[in-house]
Structures are given as C-alpha cells and as structure tokens.
Design a protein around this ligand. Structure first.
Ligand code: LR7
Ligand code: MN
Length: 576
C-alpha cells in the first residue's frame, strides 16, 4: 500500500503575518480575449454562494447573482460553511458500510448540499488583488472512475458557483469506464440542465486517469485547460489567480493551494500556504516546507505565486496550446501515478514554470486508501509508470530510485523512445540542471561521492536503517546486496543519507541516530577517509565502529583507533 500514500498537506494554518507586497504588474506575453458567454440562472433555485468583489470582466447578466453575500449562513443542511458533518449514533453502521464504496464518508457527503457554502479561506490580501480585465477562457476537465454522485456534482457546482461565468467555457466530465448506473444516462440528463455547458465523455474501456484526461483535453474549446479531481470544492476567487499567471507567461502551469476536505467528516480544512511539492527516493510525491530562499524571492509575500519543484497533479491550469507543445501526457502510463512528477520535471526541464497561486484555494477529499481496482496490480502499475518517468527524465539519479526500491527494477517501462525523442526535440535541460536550479533542497543530492551499501571490514555486516523511523538508532545486519534499507548516499555535503534520514550523532558517547536531514552540517557531518576507511564524525572527532556484542546491531561512536571494526567499505556489491 506504500505506493498509494500521497501525504496529506500540513493542515494547520500558519499565523505569522508577513508584510505583503503587491505583485500585480501584468506583462502580457499573449493577449487572450475573455469571451462573454450568456449567463443563465442556475437550476435548483439555490443561487450562488459566490459574490463579493465585482470583477470588470463579469458579464452584466450575471451581476445580480453576485449580490448574494459572500458568507452565507447555513441553509439548514449539514456541512454548510465547510463545517464537519456529525453522523447520529444510530447511523454509524450504515456510515461504515457506505464508507467502503469510495473510501470516504459517503453518508456525510450525501447529507451535504451540492451547493454547500464555504468560508472565504483566502489570505486577506488576496481579496484586494486586481487581475487583468481580460483573462483567457478555460474548460474544466474532470475525470472519474466510479465516483460518488454527490462528490462529483458538488465539484461541478462549486465550479459553476464560484467561477466568473465569462471565463468558464465548459465543463468536461470524462467517465473512465465506471460501473455505476447513476453515472450513465442519469448523469447526462442532469448535466444537460446545468447553467454552464457540461457534457460527459466516456472511455471505451478502463484507461486510467492519464489517458482519460487526454481524451477530455481533446474536446477543450477554451484557451486554458483546468484539470480537477472528481471530489473537489472550489472556493471563492479560485480561478482568476490561476488564469492571471498564464496571461503573464503562457508557459506557466499553475496549481491552487489544495485544502483538505476530510474523508471522515467532509470538513473543509485549510492547508498550509508554506508547503510546496517535492518527492523522495521512492518517487512518492510529498509536501515539504517552502525554503527560506523561495520566501525571499517572493519578498516574503505569502500571496505571491510560489515556484514549486513538483505538483500533486490533480488540480492545475495550463494553456491549451502549451499543454500539447510540452508533450501533454505520457500515453504509456496506466491507471494512476507518476504522471504528476513526469509533468513537473518536463515542465521545468523544458522551459516552463510550475507554480502554486496561493490566492487560489480548492479543497480535495484526501483518502487513506484507493477505492477502485488497478487492473494488473497496484504496485505493478505504479512501478511501470515510475519506470517510464525515471528512464526518460531522471538521468543518473534514477539509481536512487532503483537502489532504494529494488522491487521497482522488475517493472518494465515499455517503449519510451517517443518520450525521449520529445525530450530531445524540446531541447530540455538535464536533471542536474533541475536539481541545481529548481530543487537544490531535493532529497536526491546534487553531488555525491557514493551510493550503495556501507560494509564493515571486520563483521562483514552492512549499515542498515532496519526500516526504522526518525530519531531511532541506525542498525547493521547481514549484507543482503539488494539495496533498500542498506543503501546510503555519501554526499558532497558529507552526509550519510538514506532518503530523508541522515546519520546523526549528538554526543561522543551517545548513539548514532537517523534524523531528518537538515543540510546544515553539524551533527550530520561525516568525513570518510578512503585510506584508513574511517567514517569520522566531524563534531566529536570520533569514528564509527561496528556494533559490540551486547548490542549486536547498533554501530557506535568510539575514539579512532585503527581497528578493523572501524573500517567501512564503500564499494557496492549489489546483486542486480
Ligand atoms: O483509473 C482511474 N481512472 C480515473 O479516472 C483512476 C482514477 N481516476 C480518477 C479518479 O476518479 C480521480 O478523479 O482520477 C482522479 C485521481 O484519482 P484519485 O482521486 O483516486 O487519486 P489521488 O487523489 O491520490 O490522485 C492524485 O495523484 C494522482 C496520481 O496519478 C493524480 O495526479 C491525481 O490527479 C492526484 N490528485 C491530486 O493531486 C489532488 C490532491 C492530492 C494530493 C497530494
Ligand atoms: Mn483525488
């Protein structure tokens, strides 16, 4: 299940208020005309939850709808204003039963209005931003497989209710071979009545989200494609910040901040605005704290667009022509996974920009496990997609992935010659360039002396993380030569690291722990003496020594003494 563990963003709200600097000069590289589409009143008489700021490009017809207050009080249904839904005790069994259908609290979702209100979660200074009066039109593409009715339609309604109508060209739903009746004709009949042109496309057979999105993209008539997952809720003002960045530079791929809709209660929980996307050695997408250098580049303006090394993948806007110029998606990728990092690397390495627009906030239901099948096997499919990604984009750094996750070597990437040709044709830069310029904080070190097992000359055992977590002792065990927990990088920053863990010693007598790498030397700095084969801890001047008999698997620090137990060999003898 480790492959499907996309980490949730840090859901706490940060409260230091930095001085905000306005960053709104628009330097139109490509002038896009916003087309005024005729506004039609929404059906179901529920009106808009939207409102507040009067946008110059909103059509006159629509203005009356926007007189509704921004913050609307509960209309009697649960979950209004993004509040959590409480399930009565006598319905808990039903709730548990229904949870299994989608791996979220379907009962709660079904109790909430499709038009539920949300609070305006934007940073205060976002509300006063001015966007260019001419923004491009966008088509929304939402792919789904066996999605629940209420989450899907709430996504659609939140788009309709909170997007300036003149910018919204159409909503394209792509059904990826769902097996639920209500997603058939019932859905088509329903969307036909929506106030915004909405239609359903269907893949012939289960295609996976990547090829389903490609199908949706083919039918886009707007100037920008905006992708959303099928269980999102867009908040007030979400769209303008995304489109505005594309007006400034059409090679910008822009994501909203992805807030959390609780899978248990459907509460709308704001995510941190100080996280960006990264990845680990296993190529899992992860949220990390934005480093100071990027905060400084943005003049510490928390509402200014944030350059992010990678994106989560589900929610973003991209100029339609640019989407194709830059190689859309890799059609060889199946079902789920890998495409988000593939696109992130590709965009950066081939001359684009990947950003998070912090004034755009969209909620997403994060799940703990997948509700649907992966025909061919979850691991196999994710490994296959990742193999395509590393073979095309990672250059030498693909060894971090394969050695740390040896099971992945079995997966076949299939034919990637088209994607490699694309990389050549676009004259994309190297992965080294990406690490140097976009993501120097990456867990994949830019410069390293060694990647492999670290073997003790006396005991013939190898340093081993033993699968332990943060702040636990590093171990050693029989050298299995398979990589994984026995793979360490010795970096130019003189760290001994395994994914996000670094060997760390806080005192000369204490244990050698694995601590989250901080890249600042200190307790994590080690000097390898290739002559003596010592691994000497800089701060204490002590040497790493094999485990003693009383604590058989825990290497320790001892005064350097030329003994064989202090000799460590960095010569990989992997069995691949
Ligand atoms: O076979 C499939 N066919 C589909 O149409 C499998 C999935 N899908 C649809 C599915 O119904 C959903 O609408 O694809 C969408 C994404 O699948 P989810 O919601 O089951 O997975 P997820 O939320 O974990 O997906 C995240 O990672 C994926 C990797 O391939 C995609 O990039 C998703 O778009 C991405 N979602 C987000 O970025 C939202 C924020 C999550 C985070 C972090
Ligand atoms: Mn999702």
């Amino acid at each position: 299940a480790g492959e499907y563990d996309v980490e949730q963003p840090n859901a706490e709200r940060l409260v230091d208020d930095n001085q905000l600097v306005n960053d709104n000069e628009i330097n139109t590289e490509k002038s896009l005309d916003a087309e005024d589409s005729a506004g039609i009143a929404p059906i179901m008489g529920q009106g808009f939850v939207s409102g507040g700021i009067s946008m110059t490009y909103r059509s006159v017809v629509l203005k009356k709808w926007f007189q509704a207050p921004t913050v609307r009080e509960s209309r009697g249904k649960p979950g209004e204003m993004g509040k959590p839904v409480k399930i009565p005790a006598d319905m808990k069994d039903l709730m548990k039963e229904k949870f299994k259908e989608n791996q979220f609290n379907l009962l709660a979702s079904d109790m909430i209005s499709l038009n539920r209100s949300l609070t305006d979660v934007r940073h205060e200074n976002c509300r006063h931003k001015h966007y260019p009066s001419k923004l491009p039109t966008t088509s929304i593409v939402i792919v789904f497989h066996n999605e629940a009715w209420t989450t899907l339609l709430r996504t659609v309604w939140s788009v309709i209710n909170r997007s300036p109508r003149s910018l919204l060209k159409e909503i394209i739903l792509v059904d990826d071979a769902s097996e639920r009746d209500f997603l058939g004709k019932q859905l088509e009949d329903y969307v036909a009545k929506l106030p915004v042109r909405t239609f359903v496309l269907r893949t012939e057979k289960r295609s996976g989200l990547i090829r389903a999105r490609l199908l949706g993209a083919e039918h886009v008539t707007g100037e920008v494609i905006t992708f959303l997952d099928a269980h999102c809720e867009c908040t007030e003002g979400w769209l303008e910040p995304l489109l505005a960045r594309i007006v400034q530079n059409r090679r910008t791929v822009v994501c909203p901040i992805i807030d959390v809709i609780s899978d248990e209660t459907f509460e709308y929980i704001t995510a941190s605005d100080s996280t960006w996307g990264g990845f680990n050695w296993k190529l899992n997408f992860r949220w990390y704290r934005v480093p100071q250098r990027e905060m400084a580049r943005r003049n510490n303006d928390r509402t200014a667009p944030l350059r992010t090394p990678t994106m989560a993948g589900g929610l973003f806007s991209i100029d339609k022509d640019y989407f194709y110029e830059i190689g859309s998606y890799d059609e060889g990728m199946d079902i789920w996974g890998g495409e988000n990092l593939e696109m992130s690397f590709r965009v950066w390495m081939c001359g684009g920009l990947l950003e998070i627009a912090p004034c755009s906030r969209v909620g997403h239901v994060f799940r703990k496990s997948t509700p649907y099948t992966f025909p061919g096997g979850t691991t196999e499919i994710v490994n296959h997609n990742n193999a395509r990604l590393v073979e095309v984009w990672l250059d030498d750094w693909k060894e971090f992935y394969y050695s740390f996750y040896p099971g992945a070597r079995k997966a076949s990437a299939g034919d990637v010659s088209d994607r490699k040709a694309l990389r050549d044709r676009l004259q994309c830069k190297s992965f080294r360039w990406y690490l140097e310029n976009v993501y120097p904080e990456s867990l994949m070190p830019l410069d390293y002396y060694y990647l492999g097992e670290i073997r003790n000359a006396e005991t013939e055992t190898c340093l081993d993380t033993m699968g332990r977590k943060y702040n636990e002792k590093v171990g050693s065990s029989y050298c299995h030569g398979l990589g994984g927990n026995q793979v360490f990088a010795y970096t130019k920053r003189q760290q001994i690291m395994s994914d996000d863990l670094c060997l760390d010693a806080a005192s000369s007598s204490g244990p050698v722990n694995m601590v989250r790498c901080h890249n600042m030397g200190g307790n994590q700095e080690w000097v390898y003496d290739a002559e003596e084969k010592w691994i000497r801890h800089t701060n204490t001047g002590q040497c790493l020594q094999r485990a003693t008999r009383d604590d058989a698997s825990t290497p320790l620090l001892r005064p350097c003494n030329y003994s064989k137990g202090q000799q460590w060999l960095m010569e990989s003898k992997f069995k691949w």
